[in-house]
Design a protein. Structure first.
Length: 99
């Protein structure tokens, strides 16, 4: 099952906005793990100026950075479509959003 990681930090309105937009797009169908980059120096080094960063995760696949700063709805839809294709699931079953 695909899920998302949101690399975020406290007091970040862009982080809050991206999370709210993502939840509005995918609802409760997908897990969203929120990781505070400031809790890990390696994450600060990697994501500091890019936060918020949204990453898509699939079992046995490398994590995929989808967007940063603002939610890219088309990129999220593309990720979910690719995830459905890899799993052999029809798009309607995958939770893919329709325009």
């Amino acid at each position: 099952m695909p899920h998302f990681i949101l690399y975020s930090r406290s007091w970040c309105h862009l982080c809050d906005d991206l999370l709210q937009a993502l939840r509005g797009l995918v609802g409760e169908r997908f897990r969203i793990d929120i990781i505070d980059v400031d809790a890990d120096p390696a994450l600060v080094e990697r994501y500091d100026e890019l936060v918020p960063v949204l990453v898509g995760c699939l079992p046995e696949e490398p994590d995929e950075q989808i967007c940063n700063y603002f939610l890219d709805e088309n990129a999220v839809r593309g990720f979910l479509s690719r995830a459905a294709g890899r799993a052999g699931i029809l798009p309607a079953e995958s939770g893919k959003m329709r325009d």
